[in-house]
Design a protein around this ligand. Structure first.
Ligand code: FCB
Length: 440
């Protein structure tokens, strides 16, 4: 009997994902650049600097993506380049983005464009950022300009990246700008981001009727540390509802749920054509009455699980299938808009890729409509508050010399993308220890 090959649909989107500030370089006009200049904000004092130099030379990495068999790429446009001063739009920046999207198309790579990926123009930050309700209006105006300029090359739009992570890191943990620890301010910002999503959804459709618009949701799995403990179950459920469910209920059912708010969010209802899943890891959660600030939870990673670089979490591929099943109840097409691991020496990534894609394949067997997978990420890039300490790239980058080197994972992912399948030979070659697990 031939050994199992895990086939994916022929029209499946195989790609990688990036974000403007992490790859472009010299994004000096946004709140992240300012944040990087402050002492103690970024690990080891790292800065984004030239990043991957995509503003000048993205095309060279697009050649690599095409060579690696990718037919899709998710990237973001940088608001502070497009609108450097409030109400002043820079046509040269929009032209550069047109060239970038054209370059992707020429290589047979379909772009998905994210409109907000963590960074804000300095002028907006100075006006109170997303706490200011006017941010919604500003965002709509900026989005309209982008869609008018780039709509020729793109009809797949991701309004906002991970509003839950943005709020958590920027307003609760205080490790992303604006660096606050202020619950109420965070929820205001969260509501405005979700309103901005809805307003952008309508505006994009008015300008481009065939557009497909969604947002990228970071779905983290929260499991009770002791499943038999009612308190652990309660606190894991509370974290799950706050981090995961509240951000999904608003743009689908039109409901504000705690902690974003209470009651109806009529204008947000049904503002998704698809949902994006950013899946990375899971937490175990134990009840701890000494942690009111953390919703009475102590979060940690399963002690027997395989840890990831830099305390990033545990390798938990089953979470991919669980997250996809959960999102399937929304009745929307799903894109895996991000998934990957930090792994500088690439000793875990090949296995991680195979395992996560195998769980995705299983979801497809259950008729869950997963349309594509964007691996995070193509080339090592500036990892926010972790600086250059975490390396997520299929391709290794030396940010000083800009030299690139393919990691073995790049070739594994190439073989999967080109063949549209995970074949036994790939498992033997890149992750032989998985043979008994996947090919018994
Ligand atoms: C996600 C972010 C992305 C990248 C990965 C590792 O939360 O959206 O920009 O930093 O994590």
């Amino acid at each position: 009997m031939p050994e199992a090959t895990f086939h994916f649909p022929t029209d499946f989107r195989w790609g990688t994902a990036t974000a403007a500030h992490q790859v472009e370089g010299n994004n000096m006009n946004n709140d992240w650049w300012a944040w990087e200049q402050e002492e103690g904000r970024i690990k080891e004092g790292h800065r984004s600097g030239l990043a991957c130099n995509w503003w000048e030379r993205a095309e060279e990495d697009f050649d690599r993506a095409a060579e690696l068999g990718q037919n899709a790429h998710r990237l973001s446009v940088e608001w502070s380049r497009i609108e450097p001063r409030e109400g002043h739009f820079d046509d040269a920046a929009l032209d550069r983005y047109r060239a970038i999207l054209r370059a992707l198309r020429e290589r047979g790579i379909e772009p998905m464009v994210t409109l907000h990926h963590f960074t804000n123009p300095l002028w907006l930050a100075e006006m109170g950022g997303w706490e200011n309700p006017r941010a919604v209006f500003f965002f709509e105006r900026y989005v309209a300009r982008v869609v008018e300029a780039l709509g020729e090359f793109c009809d797949l739009w991701c309004t906002v990246n991970e509003p839950n992570v943005y709020v958590y890191m920027g307003y609760l943990a205080g490790v992303f700008p604006p660096g606050k620890k202020d619950f109420r301010a965070g929820m205001r910002a969260g509501r405005n981001l979700m309103r901005a999503h809805a307003v952008a959804y309508r505006r994009i459709h008015a300008l481009q009727p065939g557009a497909r618009v969604g947002f990228a949701h970071n779905l983290r799995i929260f499991d009770p540390a002791n499943p038999r403990s009612p308190l652990d179950r309660w606190v894991a459920g509370l974290q799950d509802r706050s981090f995961n469910e509240a951000f999904l209920a608003a743009p689908t059912r039109g409901r504000w749920l705690f902690p974003l708010g209470w009651g109806f969010a009529w204008r947000l209802r049904r503002t998704l054509d698809w949902i994006g899943l950013n899946y990375y890891t899971r937490d175990l959660v134990a009840f701890d009455r000494h942690q009111p600030g953390a919703m009475f939870g102590r979060n940690f990673h399963a002690p027997d699980a395989e840890p990831l670089d830099g305390g990033y979490g545990e390798l938990y591929p089953d979470g991919m299938e669980r997250a996809l099943k959960r999102l399937s109840y929304l009745g929307l097409p799903i894109y895996v808009t991000e998934n990957g691991i930090p792994d500088a020496d690439d000793d875990q990534r090949p296995r991680a890729i195979i395992l996560h894609l195998h769980r995705l394949w299983r979801a497809l067997q259950g008729c869950i409509p997963v349309m594509g997978y964007y691996h995070w990420t193509l080339v090592d890039n500036f990892e926010w508050a972790e600086g250059w300490t975490l390396r997520f790239g299929l391709i290794e980058l030396d940010p000083e010399t800009q030299a690139r080197r393919y990691r073995p994972s790049a070739h594994l992912y190439r073989d999967i993308c080109k063949g549209g399948a995970i074949a036994p030979e790939m498992i033997d070659r890149y992750a032989p220890d998985l043979r008994p697990v996947l090919l018994p």
